[in-house]
Design a protein around this ligand. Structure first.
Ligand code: PTJ
Length: 243
C-alpha cells in the first residue's frame, strides 16, 4: 500500500499499475523499460503539462474532430495506464479504438481488448491484415480501422510504424515524453506529455474548441516548433536545477 502523502505518490501508483499489468500479461516485459524512459523525461519537464504540450493537445483535438476517420491505436502500456482515458476520448471525439502491438500475441490482444471494454471503450475487432509496410507484427491492422483511417493517434509508439503510417499518407498524432525519439520527429503532431495528462487534455479540448479554432490550429501546426519548445523547457529546467 503506497501512502497518499508520499512525495512520489503518483509515480509510484503508476509503477505499481504497470508492474501488475506486466504480471497479468497486458504490458510486455519490455514495456517496463519503456515506462522508465518515459519517467526520466517526465522529470525533465517537471511532471506537468508544459505550454507547448497544451497547444499540441488542442491541435490534436482539432485533427481528430476534423478527420474523415480517426483511429486511436492502443498498446499494452497505454491500456495499462489509461484505459478509462482512452474510453473518454473515444466518446468525445468519435474515434475508433484499435489494439496494435509490437510484441504481439493473440492472448495479449484479447486481454487488452477486455481491459479497454471494461473501462467503457468500444474496441474494433476483425481479421487483421499486413496493411502497414513493416516487417514486424505492427504491420497487422484492421482494413476497416487503421487501414482506412486518415488520422491515427499512436501514444507511446516505438519508432518505425509512425514513418510507415505517414508514408501511407496518414496524419499521425503521437504522445511521447521523449522529444528526441524517431516517432516524435516523424509524427505530424507530437504531444510531449505523460499519457495520463495528455489524453484528458485532448478530451477536454474536444468539448471546448471555438468555431473556426480547429481550422486555425491545423493551419498553424508546426511540429518542429513544438519539439523545440519541449527541449528548451528541459534545458531551462536543467540550467536552474540546483538554484
Ligand atoms: O505493448 P506493445 O507490445 O505494443 O509494446 C509497447 C512498448 C511501449 C513496449 C513499445 O512500443 C516500445 O518499446 O516503445 P519504445 O520504443 O520504448 O517507445 C516508447 C516511448 O514512449 C518512449 O519514447 C518513452 O519515452 C515514451 N513513454 C514511456 N512512457 C510514457 C511515454 N510517453 C508518454 N507517457 C508515458 N507514460
Amino acid at each position: 500500500m503506497i501512502p497518499k502523502d508520499h512525495p512520489r505518490y503518483r509515480s509510484l501508483v503508476a509503477r505499481e499499475r504497470i508492474a501488475r499489468c506486466a504480471r497479468e500479461g497486458i504490458v510486455a516485459p519490455e514495456g517496463l523499460a519503456a515506462h522508465g524512459r518515459g519517467e526520466a523525461f517526465d522529470y525533465l519537464i517537471g511532471e506537468k503539462t508544459i505550454e507547448s504540450a497544451a497547444l499540441a493537445a488542442r491541435t490534436a483535438a482539432a485533427m481528430l474532430l476534423s478527420a474523415r476517420h480517426a483511429v486511436i491505436s492502443v498498446n499494452g502500456n497505454t491500456a495499462a495506464l489509461a484505459a478509462a482515458e482512452i474510453a473518454a476520448l473515444q466518446r468525445a471525439s468519435g474515434a475508433d479504438v484499435e489494439v496494435n502491438l509490437f510484441h504481439r500475441t493473440e492472448e495479449r490482444i484479447e486481454r487488452i481488448n477486455r481491459l479497454l471494454t471494461e473501462h467503457g471503450a468500444r474496441v474494433l475487432t476483425g481479421t487483421p491484415e499486413r496493411i502497414v509496410p513493416l516487417s514486424h507484427d505492427r504491420a497487422l491492422s484492421l482494413p476497416e480501422g487503421i487501414g482506412d483511417a486518415d488520422v491515427v493517434l499512436v501514444p507511446l509508439e516505438d519508432g518505425d510504424r509512425c514513418a510507415a503510417l505517414r508514408e501511407m499518407g496518414k496524419a499521425v498524432i503521437t504522445i511521447d515524453l521523449n522529444p528526441l525519439s524517431r516517432t516524435s520527429r516523424t509524427a505530424t503532431l507530437t504531444i510531449v506529455d505523460e499519457v495520463t495528462r495528455a489524453l484528458p487534455a485532448i478530451t477536454a479540448a474536444c468539448a471546448s474548441l471555438e468555431p473556426g479554432e480547429a481550422e486555425r490550429l491545423i493551419a498553424s501546426l508546426d511540429n518542429t516548433y513544438l519539439l523545440r519548445a519541449a527541449i528548451d523547457e528541459m534545458r531551462e529546467r536543467l540550467a536552474h536545477a540546483l538554484e
